[in-house]
Design a protein around this ligand. Structure first.
Ligand SMILES: NC(=O)c1ccc[n+]([C@@H]2O[C@H](COP(=O)([O-])OP(=O)(O)OC[C@H]3O[C@@H](n4cnc5c(N)ncnc54)[C@H](OP(=O)(O)O)[C@@H]3O)[C@@H](O)[C@H]2O)c1
Length: 324
């Protein structure tokens, strides 16, 4: 599977590092600036460099396009790749809103082209381990979940500009949401929230609560202004689990009702953590799938709808929201 990267920015470098031991996957990179693409290709060992995204999707040897551009451009870049018959792994947040997500997925499904969201935690084996540990009953009946993810990244242009799909929610808050849905499922009956916006009207700090049909509660936070422990805590009738770093969970400890640690869980050694989503794409292409079982299309759309409703409640709008 030969991968072509669209956008030679920050996260593209992490993907390039992920592919360092798999030269057969490390194929092409495209930037709007040809010199930048050439530098990137030379530095990370890619065979082809392109000065436009169109040139990359016209390369018949690209099997999978990895979209590593700002949220505002995901819909256009998915459409570009899919219309050229290219399978796509698109960075989170999948699009700026649910309307774009639904349209992109409809297009890919109508053309029989594989498309999935690069929300890397979904593809990690340790995420399944956490879920299995909850389901094993070791903490009794799960009742309460809390998770927060914060990085002081308000200085990034991408975070503050509405036309780039800014705000902490789409960039960071998406991880606590995914963590809650992986641990507690999808039967959410009510959402309440509050947020603080920055000078450009984008959400910078927020707290939101999901209530579930069976009485469970998830309390989630994200911030583009602070550092935080990044923990996820799942509390049950007989104990609790503390997951270190919901952005890349590598370790979790289970405690009993006397607050004593009773089990320690470790993730298998990883390269960067991105390798699992790449492997999942290869598995999908091998099997002719149009979506990945790790992050089904319906789940991507459901999460975009939740983020739409949160933004609507806060009055956080993108230019793309104005389109019918
Ligand atoms: N999975 C993770 O852990 C993780 C972490 C950080 C970010 N991300 C996601 O990755 C995506 C990209 O984030 P990033 O931090 O890599 O962003 P970035 O470095 O600010 O930008 C990525 C690239 O997008 C391209 N681009 C195309 N149109 C653009 C425009 N109008 N303005 C600015 N850049 C434009 C540029 O590439 P060229 O100049 O080469 O064309 C730029 O270098 C986002 O969806 C973000 O949420 C994921």
């Amino acid at each position: 599977m030969r991968i072509g990267i669209i956008g030679a920015g920050h996260i593209a470098i992490k993907m390039a590092m992920t592919l360092k031991d798999t030269p057969e996957r490390r194929y092409a990179v495209a930037s709007r600036d040809y010199a930048k693409a050439c530098d990137f290709a030379a530095k990370y060992g890619f065979a082809r460099a392109y000065g436009s995204y169109e040139d990359l999707v016209n390369d018949p040897d690209v099997d999978l396009v990895y979209i590593a551009t700002p949220h505002s451009h995901h819909f256009a870049h998915i459409s570009l790749a899919v219309n050229h018959g290219k399978a796509v792994l698109c960075e989170k947040a999948f699009t700026t809103n649910a309307r774009e997500a639904e349209e992109a997925i409809r297009l890919a499904e109508s053309k029989g082209v594989f498309l999935t969201e690069a929300i890397w935690t979904r593809y990690m084996p340790f995420s399944a381990t956490i879920r299995e540990t909850i389901d094993s009953g070791i903490i009794g009946q799960p009742q309460l979940l809390s998770a927060s993810l914060c990085y002081p990244i308000e200085w990034k242009e991408r975070l503050v500009r509405p036309e780039l799909g800014g705000g902490a929610l789409l960039d960071i808050g998406i991880y606590p949401i995914n963590f809650a849905r992986m641990c507690f499922g999808t039967d959410i009956t009510d959402i309440s929230s509050a947020c603080i916006c920055g000078p450009t009207g984008m959400d910078m700090q927020e707290t939101f609560t999901f209530l579930y049909a069976d009485g469970r509660v998830a309390n989630l936070q994200s911030s583009a202004r602070s550092v935080c422990p990044r923990q996820g805590i799942i509390c049950g009738t007989e104990g609790y689990i503390i997951v270190e770093n919901i952005n890349n969970p590598l370790r979790a400890v289970v405690y009993n009702r006397d607050y004593e640690p009773i089990r320690s869980l470790e993730a298998p050694p990883q390269l960067t953590g991105f390798e699992y989503q790449v492997d999942a794409c290869e598995e999908a292409l091998r099997n002719g799938w149009v979506e990945s079982p790790y992050m089904p299309h319906a789940e991507t759309i459901a999460i975009m709808r939740i983020m739409d409703s949160l933004r609507q409640h806060w009055g956080v709008r993108f230019p793309s929201d104005e389109q019918p």
